[in-house]
Design a protein around this ligand. Structure first.
Ligand SMILES: [Cu+2]
Length: 498
């Protein structure tokens, strides 16, 4: 019943042993933050992804409801063979200081779209949820010098040892104690030694070739999962065509851009952010065209350099962000309509934290962030409240593409881009696939939608929260997008992260 994981040889185990802490990531934000319900229990889940695959993911579960006694966790494929055959789950450890906090370490043995299934049991019965995770090796870890030296010495010892044992065996193996070897013994020993040297050298050669094949294969997997380049061309003055160009030529054979799946209403979410100051941002939804490309008639926008982030989810549930930079002339296009939105404002401020963002008509959005410094790699609930022009909680919030809000976290150098929702950093399309595989009959709603059901007035609550954690220190700009009375509004906040 176990999912077939292939064992990887020694080389990778050594890579794991020397796992360094530094992180050069994919979309820059590999860890997964998720908030949702496992039956009667509300859970906040953080999955710290390993840098290498196979590798160990750290799972942290905070129970926000009482009564949970045990938490079990298990990884499995998100779709395809094995996705409905979970292996035996691991029991998560309860924290000594906090009985509501559970941790577990899980081996992720393969790359691709996986899910971590979490089963809670307690006073209110059982419940489960599933968190989709994008599993991929982020980098090849170099071997540490002392380890390399140690392994080299061991190799020399084994080599010399093997040869001398064979030679000594041939020379003295048949002698009685105290007898001196005759010239025939010595001759035989020399022949044996020569044969042993040839064999040992042959073995070393085979071992080295094996290592190189593994290393090349591993490097290919690292390259395969690097974000593809977003190749953009402008046609007829205002039509932007986007094509994915991956470093690995096999990428386009295996990932069919013509068969990406809808992710909250759209096949692609395209973000164009003005470089370098992030003082303009467009969130658009290109449609697929011939040959796996996507195209959109751009709205009016000024000439300039833009950073391109194009989010898609492939048919297996793996999220890809196409990355690029494009130089656009002044565009005289169509007005913003439908789910598209744009924002124009002040440039990114560094070393500064903004708490309030003005919205149109005197309304504002407030980041309820407390006074302490922001730290990287800490799971947080980013809470934003929307106030009308009188400072009262806004009464006119409505779902925007099915959710209470959408937040984009962008690092000042564009090395981090995360598109986050009230249910967390998992793509909604992958989440849907994960939930489809659960046994429970309870309808599972993303956190944002659950809130929609809980108000009588018909409007969403005026406070929206996003579970997320900054992946590294630096300056960030956060775009928080909500819909008020049919209009998409964007609150913008700058954050200095230590
Ligand atoms: Cu979104």
């Amino acid at each position: 019943m176990k999912m077939a994981f292939r064992a990887r040889p020694l080389a990778l185990t050594i890579f794991l042993l020397v796992a360094a802490q530094a992180l050069v990531a994919h979309v820059g934000s590999p860890d997964v933050y998720y908030e949702g319900d496992a039956g009667p229990y509300h859970l906040f889940v953080t999955v710290r992804m390993p840098q290498v695959i196979p590798g160990v993911a750290e799972i942290q579960v905070r129970c926000e409801s009482d009564g949970v006694r045990t938490i079990q966790v298990v990884p499995l494929r998100l779709t395809g063979p094995g996705s409905n055959l979970p292996p035996t789950p691991d029991l998560a450890q309860t924290s000594k200081d906090d009985p509501q906090f559970f941790t577990s370490s899980l081996w992720l043995m393969e790359s691709g779209a996986l899910q971590v299934r979490i089963m809670a049991d307690g006073a209110k019965g059982k419940g489960e949820l599933s968190v989709p995770v994008a599993s991929f090796a982020q980098r090849t870890l170099p071997m540490q010098k002392p380890l390399a030296a140690l392994l080299f010495c061991l190799m020399l010892l084994l080599t010399v040892g093997a040869i001398s044992i064979v030679s000594a065996g041939a020379r003295e193996g048949t002698l009685e104690p105290g007898e001196t070897p005759e010239s025939t013994n010595v001759r035989r020993s020399r022949v044996a030694m020569a044969v042993a040297i040839v064999m040992v050298l042959g073995l070393l050669y085979v071992g080295r070739s094996w290592w190189e094949i593994e290393e090349t294969g591993y490097q290919q997997r690292v390259n395969f999962y690097k974000p593809p380049r977003a190749e953009t061309t402008l046609e007829k003055g205002d039509r932007l065509v986007i094509r994915a160009k991956a470093e690995d030529p096999r990428w386009s054979q295996r990932i069919n851009m013509g068969r990406v799946i809808p992710d909250h209403n759209h096949l692609m979410h395209l973000f164009l952010i003005a470089r370098p100051a992030m003082d303009r941002m467009w969130h658009l939804h290109p449609e697929p065209v011939e040959g796996g490309a996507f195209a959109d008639d751009l709205p009016s926008m000024p000439a300039g350099q833009y950073e391109v982030f194009a989010d898609v989810v492939d048919e297996r549930g793996f999220p890809w962000t196409l990355l690029g930079t494009t130089e656009l002339p002044q565009i005289n296009g169509k007005p913003i309509a439908g789910d598209d939105s744009s924002w124009v404002g002040a440039p990114l401020e560094t070393q500064q934290a903004s708490h309030t963002s003005q919205l149109p008509d005197g309304a504002r959005m407030v980041w309820e962030r407390g006074s302490g410094p922001l730290t990287s790699n800490v799971a947080m609930d980013f809470r934003f409240s929307v106030q009308d022009k009188d400072g009262k909680p806004a009464q006119d919030l409505e779902p925007y593409m099915g959710m209470a809000g959408h937040a984009e976290f962008v690092r000042s150098d564009f090395s981090v881009f995360a598109h986050v929702h009230p249910s967390g950093s998992v793509p909604m399309a992958s989440l849907k696939l994960a939930q489809a595989g659960l046994m429970s009959d309870a309808p599972l709603m993303p956190a944002g939608m659950a809130m929609a059901a809980s108000t009588q007035s018909g409007s969403l609550p005026a406070v929206i929260s996003f579970p997320y954690g900054f992946p590294q220190a630096g300056e960030y700009r956060i775009f928080v997008q909500v819909k008020r009375a049919g209009q998409v509004e964007t609150g913008v906040f700058d954050a200095h992260v230590e």
